[in-house]
Structure formats: structure tokens, C-alpha cells
Design a protein around this ligand. Structure first.
Ligand SMILES: C[S@@+](CC[C@H](N)C(=O)[O-])C[C@H]1O[C@@H](n2cnc3c(N)ncnc32)[C@H](O)[C@@H]1O
Ligand SMILES: O=C(c1ccccc1)c1ccc(O)c(O)c1[N+](=O)[O-]
Ligand SMILES: [Mg+2]
Length: 214
């Protein structure tokens, strides 16, 4: 039977990355995506912006919407302080299965909780089921029409506190116009656009960083 792209990406990690070395896992995936097959990871260029936001914030609790193969999960988790936690949501079981193996190869299982399911169903259960009060950082990188409804849901569920940061991928390409308009117009957010490119291409894209003001 034919392998899938995530399975081939996992093969490249196992072949080229060192167990327990997150940076080598990130490098192996970027090399695979540049030399073999494009894949929808946040990538190396936008990944550096993600890294700088994480290191500046030093978050204790992180929520990632959209795991895919775990590339950004590994990037973020590798930068977290010792007792920090990253919860990542993925509703495609095949992608989740690959991501678990990528996260394990990087040696980051202890920092990451991958939850299989849809963000719209899981966000309301966060506080009771996953013992989380609020998130210091949310990385939005799932289907683009879910960014706005899920942001409103996080607000309603009290998962954001003064200073919580939303970092949204793809606000230009494929684009999230309704979300962008909302966070830029709302007095409850202070937003900033980081210009970059769609992963592994020369197409313009960027990240929007929005600080929740409470
Ligand atoms: C662009 S990929 C994530 C890439 C990943 N953040 C990275 O940079 O390596 C988007 C993922 O979100 C998942 N997804 C889309 N909508 C979702 C939802 N509502 N709940 C959970 N997962 C979702 C898709 O199955 C897909 O794996
Ligand atoms: O939507 C796509 C997409 C659309 C069409 C074909 C392939 C991917 C995409 C492209 C780049 C991204 O960084 C990303 O997060 C996504 N996504 O699916 O969430
Ligand atoms: Mg993306």
C-alpha cells in the first residue's frame, strides 16, 4: 500500500535526526520539505519568528491548534522551561499517530500532551479535563475558518488572561481575513504583524501576534 506524506516525513526524521535532539528533528523535516516534498509545517523562516515569541514570553502553558506531524510542537516544546506544558489538538488520527512518533523521537513526550479531537469540542473541556486555567500562549495553525470562532470560544471559556498571547499562522496565505479584522479592530487585543513567507516558498505570508488585554 502507498505511504502517505506524513509517513514519508516521519521516515526522514528517523533516518536523518538524532533521537532526543529536537533541533535535529526540526532540521530533518525542513530538509525533507525543501528537497523532497512540500508540507504544511510552519517552516524554518516563520519558525524563527515563533521561536522568538516563545523565548521572549517563556510560557508555562501553551495551546497549539493543529498538530499535523508535530513540527511546530517540537519547535515550541524544545524551548519551554522545565515544568511548562504544551497541549496540542489534532482531529486527524493518521496525522496524530505520526506526530506522536515525531514528538517521541525528539524526546519531548513529557512536555507535550497531544489530544485527538476537534478544537471546537475540546476547548470547552480544557479547564475540567486537562487541568488548565489559562494559556500564556496559543499558536493558531489549524483550518483557517476556525481561527475566529475558536478565539471567541477561548474568550468565553475564560482560557485567556491579561497578557495571554495569540500567535496566528497564515494570516496572509491562505489567509484568515475575518480573524485578522477581529483582533485588529478589537479594543481587547494589541496586535502586531510579522511579515514572512509561506513555508518553503517565496509567497508572502506572516504571523499575527495578538496580546489579550483582559
Ligand atoms: C497546517 S497543519 C498544522 C501544522 C503544524 N502546526 C506545524 O506547523 O507543524 C493543520 C492541522 O490542523 C488540523 N486541524 C484542522 N482543523 C482542526 C480542528 N478544528 N481541530 C483539530 N485539528 C484541526 C488538521 O488536521 C491539520 O493536521
Ligand atoms: O490550508 C492550507 C493548505 C491549503 C491547500 C493545500 C495545502 C495546504 C495551509 C497552507 C499553509 C499552512 O501553513 C497551513 O497551516 C495550511 N493549513 O491547512 O492549515
Ligand atoms: Mg500554517
Amino acid at each position: 500500500t502507498q505511504s502517505t506524506r506524513p509517513q514519508r516525513l516521519l521516515g526522514a526524521v528517523k533516518k536523518n535526526a538524532t533521537r532526543g535532539d529536537p533541533r535535529s528533528v526540526v532540521k530533518a523535516i525542513d530538509q525533507f520539505c525543501r528537497q523532497k516534498e512540500w508540507a504544511m509545517n510552519v517552516g524554518d523562516e516563520k519558525g524563527c519568528i515563533l521561536d522568538s515569541v516563545v523565548s521572549e514570553l517563556n510560557p508555562a502553558t501553551v495551546l497549539e491548534l493543529g498538530t499535523y506531524c508535530g513540527y511546530s510542537t517540537v519547535r515550541i516544546a524544545s524551548m519551554l522551561p522545565p515544568h511548562a506544558k504544551l497541549i496540542t489538538l489534532e482531529f486527524n488520527p493518521d496525522y496524530a499517530a505520526v506526530a506522536r512518533q515525531v514528538i517521541a523521537w525528539a524526546g519531548l513526550e513529557d512536555k507535550v500532551q497531544l489530544v485527538e479531537g476537534a478544537s471546537g469540542d475540546l476547548i470547552p473541556k480544557m479547564s475540567e479535563q486537562f487541568e488548565v486555567e489559562t494559556f500564556d500562549l496559543v499558536f493558531l495553525d489549524h483550518w483557517k475558518d476556525r481561527y475566529l470562532p475558536d478565539t471567541k470560544l477561548m474568550e468565553e471559556c475564560g482560557l485567556l488572561k491579561k497578557g495571554s498571547v495569540l500567535l496566528a499562522d497564515n494570516v496572509i496565505c491562505p489567509g484568515t481575513p475575518e480573524y485578522l479584522e477581529y483582533v485588529r479592530a478589537s479594543p481587547r487585543y494589541e496586535s502586531q504583524y510579522f511579515r514572512s513567507h509561506l513555508e518553503y516558498t517565496k509567497v508572502e505570508d506572516g504571523l499575527e501576534k495578538s496580546v489579550f488585554l483582559g
